[in-house]
Structure formats: C-alpha cells, structure tokens
Write a protein that binds this ligand. Structure first.
Ligand code: SAH
Ligand code: SF4
Ligand code: F3S
Length: 579
C-alpha cells in the first residue's frame, strides 16, 4: 500500500509551528470554482465535525464552499459523493475516533469513482499524520490543514485532474482570510470568529501548534458579520476565539471590551463569548457586560487546576488565589452571573494534595456547569515529554472523584432554579419527543418543556418545575402565540425598509408644522366637497393642491410613501407566518 503515489504540496513541520508570519495580513478571498469541479454539481456532500466551536465554524465554511460548487448537503454519509472529516487533536481519544471513521469509507471509490474523502482539521496539522493516512488508507483523497481551508476548491480541482491523493498543510498560520462563503448550520444561533490561533502555549495543549499564532480579525469585519446576522433574524451570536479576551493585542488600537460594546449595540438579543482566559480577564469586560443587557451573564472561565503549583507548570499565569479573587470580583459586580469551567486531572506531577486543592476550588466556586478531562499527553507539547506522568488508574480514580464534586455544585445550581421563570431561546423540538421543546437559558442551562414547534427561534419564558443535574424540566409561562408574535415583530423592526418607514413616521408625527398641514389638508378636502359655487370650488381646489404639494415635497413623507409598498408586503408575509 505504501507505494501509492501521493502528491504533497506542503506538509506541517513542528519546528516551524511556533513561529508567526512577519506581518499580519488580511486578504479578501475570491473563491474560484474550476470547471473541473463541474463533476460534483448536483451531488451531495457530508461533513462530520469533531472538536470545538472553532471547528464547527470552519465546517460551515467548508459547507459554504461545497454549496458554491453547486453541491447539496446530506445527513447520510452513504449518499455523499464528497465526505469531509474535520478532525480534533486536543486529546488522544478525539484523534482516535477519526481513524475508525475513515475505515467506514473503505470501498466507496470502487462503487463510485467520483467519490472523494477529504480529511481536514487539527489532526492534519500534526507532523507525519497526513502522509501516514494517505499511504495506509487508499480512500483518502485529500488532506488539508487548518490554515488553508480557503484553498479547498483549488486542491479538489488538482485532485480531480490528477486523480492522485493530494496533501496541502501549512506549518505556519497564514493571513486572516475574509469573505469566504458560509453555510450556517443553525438559522437562529451563530458562531462568529473574532481571532484565530493561540499565543498562550499552556504546556499540555496542542492548539497553538495546530491553529498557529494568535491573530485577530479586523473589528469592522466582525461587526459587519454580526450586523448581517442581526438583519437575518439571528437571536444569538457567540464570539469565538481560543482566547477571546486577548482580542486586538495584534491590532493595537482596540480591545475585546470595545468589541463587546460594538457588537452589543447592534441589537442581537443574545451575545456570548468563548473562551476567556482568566489571565486576560479585565474590568473593562465586566463594565461592558454590565452596560449591555444583551450580553449574556454567563462566562466560561477555565480553571484547569486548583493547585498553584500545577497551574504554574501548566503555564496558566494565575494562582489558585488569583482565580478565586477573580470569581469573587465578577460575582460582586454581576451577582446573577453563571460560571462554567474546564478542569484537567492527572497533569504530570499532580499529587493527591494538588488534586484535593482542585476539589477545594470546585467546592468553593460551585460552578453552574463544567467540562472535566483526563490529561492526555499530546505529541510535541512540553508536558508530554515529562517523566512524572500520573498512572492511568490514578487519573481515572481522580477523574471520578472530580466528576462527583463538580456534579454537586451543578445540581445545587440547577436546584436553585426550580420555581423560577427564565427566558429560554428555543432550539426546536427534542429528538426523542416532537412535543417537547428544548433550549438554553441565559446561563446556558438546558431546559426541556412541552410546547408547539413553531416556537423554534423564539425567546420564551419558561417556569422551571424539576431539576436534573444536566437539564431542567419546565413549562411555558406565557401564551405561545404571543411569544411568536413578539419574535415576528422584532424581526419586522430589524428590516431596513421597515426600520426607515417607522423612523420617518415617527419624525412626521413629532413635527408640529407637518401635523398642522395634515389637519389643514383634511379641512381643505372637506371644503372642496362642500363648495357650492364654481368660484368657491376653484378656490378650494387651489388651496388643496398647494397643501398637497407642501406635504408631497417633504422628503420624509416622500420616502415614507416610497417604502409603503415594501412594508405592506412584509406585513402580508408576517400575517401568513402567524397564520
Ligand atoms: N482555548 C480554550 C480551549 C482549549 S481546548 C481554553 O483555553 O480554555 C478545551 C479544553 O480542553 C481546555 O480548556 C482543557 O481543559 C482541555 N485540554 C486541552 N489540552 C488537553 C490535554 N492535553 N489533555 C486533557 N485536556 C486538555
Ligand atoms: Fe490551549 Fe491554553 Fe491556548 Fe487554551 S489558552 S488554547 S488551553 S494553549
Ligand atoms: Fe480540537 Fe483543534 Fe478545537 S484541537 S479543540 S478542533 S482547535
């Protein structure tokens, strides 16, 4: 199998992964679909995504590119002519899943010669892996890295022409690429990248190597993307970065707090951000959160460990006391805040005492939700090279104790919600039962409740009846039809022509002289109707004409009239939705 001919355009090199491009560069992509890709027109593609929200967002770009090629998305891999696996390397078990998945497509090319299997994502950024995959699995057509997803069409075209498996993976992070096509997976909730890569180099973590050095998108590009989402009725935007609160450090004249302000002002009902690093968490962010009710009072604040010694060895740049003080400050400033976290057990050299300190912090903070992980040595990271690895059985034993401690806090937090009413953004009917809707609260708690399907995408009030550790059971606390009508009304207000129409109407209503002219107009109309002689009629008509001209020549009135037809169309559409 290893004599299979493969074409390597570029391969990852671990020694270069830490370095950055000399200059930050933004490029506007202009996706070119080569005529050779016509073979895929009308065919289906299937994408499977592993890992974090960053990968989910990248998959939406891949989907956008496939759709630009004229393809349609399918949920069934057996139907697909192109299958793309977007991989994650953060822990070994995430990486291993990919090999099993690739195995499933073993004989597909025999049955359909146009079948292509693309493997993308973080695992492909690891040295040697792409080539190994391509030589040992004949079904792999293309290996592409995380820095050049915009080159997917070119790479696919080369593959189609050459019929040789191809690999293109850059070691260094490239430019910030804008204007790529996107096909979003949810009509109401969206992820928006604000920065790529990470400069923190925590000693256990592979992300800085697979995603490259940190680079921020321009503020105006992020704001523009959010404005478009707002106009398209999006209810929730999550700003994404491996380390969102170091946003703008490479831009100099802006900051994450300023970005929060700018995005919140657009008016999207819910704004979240992921992930913030405790070291970069500052008072301006807290102030921005307090200023804007639409920034959700929820923070994902990874702790990783409760031992200052372990934190230091992890390269986290904060102590146990500093983390606790930060939590205290946030809770004093924003009492309703809900906190979630990430914790790793079994970092090399972690002693029982270190672990007990983690448990202590978990108990003190009482996180509202938490993700817990067993330390997994990642190739090329400093912690993986250490000799004092914690034995597997101790890691597992500590993990079980940690999960228990975390669950106590999470259950207590859910328990406190029973009997209270919360706003929930409805994701839609649950998979198991169509009559049950599910959605998330401001604090990112999952709530299930009976309700009609048409509430998908609406913000509704739900009273919590029962708490289970990882979800809550509730009932609607408002009329579903009214909730839907509220959503439609807010959508209408976002429409640019409706917005302008409403603003002109308001200005005209508030203008005394205009109102005076309107009342004179109706008097003049009456005078025309009531005129008894030819002369009286003539005079009244002249007066009416004069007034009409005055009103018609008011630009606000003229603009409003011009928009009327469009707004009436919108209203008719709305009526149909509500019916
Ligand atoms: N940038 C984010 C997310 C990083 S990956 C952050 O800093 O929080 C998500 C989580 O995976 C991390 O927070 C960490 O808890 C966990 N993680 C990362 N590397 C790991 C490893 N080698 N073993 C186990 N868990 C790991
Ligand atoms: Fe990894 Fe640390 Fe960067 Fe998060 S901050 S991505 S854990 S290196
Ligand atoms: Fe995984 Fe890459 Fe995200 S390693 S967690 S997919 S950045």
């Amino acid at each position: 199998m290893s004599n299979r001919k493969i074409e390597v355009l570029s391969r990852p090199d671990a020694s270069k992964a830490r370095s950055r491009l000399n200059e930050r560069k933004v490029v506007r992509s202009d996706i070119q679909i080569d005529p050779s890709l016509e073979v895929y027109k009308g065919k289906s593609f299937y994408i499977k995504t592993y890992g974090c929200q960053g990968n989910v967002r990248d998959s939406e770009t891949f989907a956008g590119i496939f759709k630009a090629m004229g393809m349609v998305e399918t949920e069934d891999p057996k139907e697909a002519t192109i299958v793309l696996l977007n991989t994650c390397a953060v822990r070994e078990n995430a990486e291993e899943k990919v090999y099993g998945e690739i195995g499933k497509f073993k004989d597909r090319q025999k049955a359909d010669s146009s079948f292509a299997l693309v493997v993308a994502g973080c695992v492909m950024q690891e040295e040697g892996i792409g080539e190994k995959l391509m030589t040992s699995y004949p079904q792999v057509s293309l290996v592409i890295g995380t820095h050049n997803i915009n080159e997917l069409p070119e790479c696919l075209a080369s593959y189609v022409k050459g019929r040789r498996p191809l690999m293109s993976v850059y070691s260094k992070a490239g430019e910030v690429v804008e204007s790529l096509p996107v096909s979003r997976s949810d009509p109401y909730k969206a992820y928006v990248d604000i920065s790529y890569g990470c400069d923190k180099f925590c000693t256990y973590c592979i992300v800085p190597y697979t995603r490259g050095r940190e680079r921020s998108r321009d503020l105006k590009d992020i704001v523009k993307e959010c404005q478009d989402l707002y106009l398209n009725d999006y209810q929730e935007v999550t700003l994404l970065g491996q380390n969102v609160n170091s946003y703008g450090k490479d831009l100099k004249d802006t900051s994450f707090a300023e970005l929060l302000d700018k995005v919140a002002e657009i008016g999207i009902p819910r704004i979240r951000y992921l992930t913030s690093h405790p070291w970069d968490f500052n008072d301006e962010m807290i102030r921005a959160m307090k200023r804007h009710p639409n920034i959700m009072k929820w923070i994902h604040l990874p702790l990783q460990s409760g031992s200052t010694k372990v934190l230091k060895e992890m390269g986290r740049r904060y102590s146990k006391e500093e983390y606790l003080a930060l939590v205290e400050k946030i809770r004093t400033e924003i009492p309703e805040i809900e906190l979630s976290t990430d914790i790793i057990v079994g970092f090399p050299g972690e002693t029982e005492e270190d672990f007990l300190e983690t448990i202590e912090v978990v108990k003190k903070v009482g996180f509202d939700s938490a993700f817990t992980f067993i330390y997994s040595p990642r190739p090329g990271t400093p912690a993986a090279a250490r000799e004092d690895q914690v034995p597997e059985e101790i890691k597992h034993e500590r993990f079980n104790r940690l999960v228990k401690a975390v669950e106590e806090g999470v259950s207590a937090s859910s328990e406190r919600m029973v009997g209270k009413t919360y706003e929930v953004l409805v994701d839609g009917p649950s998979k198991r039962d169509k009559a049950i809707l599910s959605g998330y609260t401001e604090g990112n708690k999952l709530v299930n409740f009976p309700g009609p399907e048409y509430l998908k995408g609406c913000l509704v009030r739900v009273k919590i009846k029962e708490s289970h550790t990882y979800s809550l059971l509730g009932e609607l606390d408002e009329d579903p039809v009214l909730a839907k009508a509220k959503q439609v009304a807010s959508f209408l207000k976002r429409d640019p022509s409706a917005k302008e129409f409403i603003s002109h109407t308001k200005e005209l209503k508030d203008d005394l002289s205009f109102r005076e002219n309107l009342s004179l107009l109706s008097k003049a109309q009456k005078a025309v109707a009531l005129s008894r002689s030819e002369a009286e009629h003539h005079k009244a008509v002249e007066e009416l004409k004069g007034l009409q001209d005055l009103i018609d020549n008011d630009p606000r009135y003229a603009n409003r009239e011009a928009l009327k037809e469009e707004v009436e169309g919108l209203l008719r559409e709305t009526e149909a939705i509500l019916k």
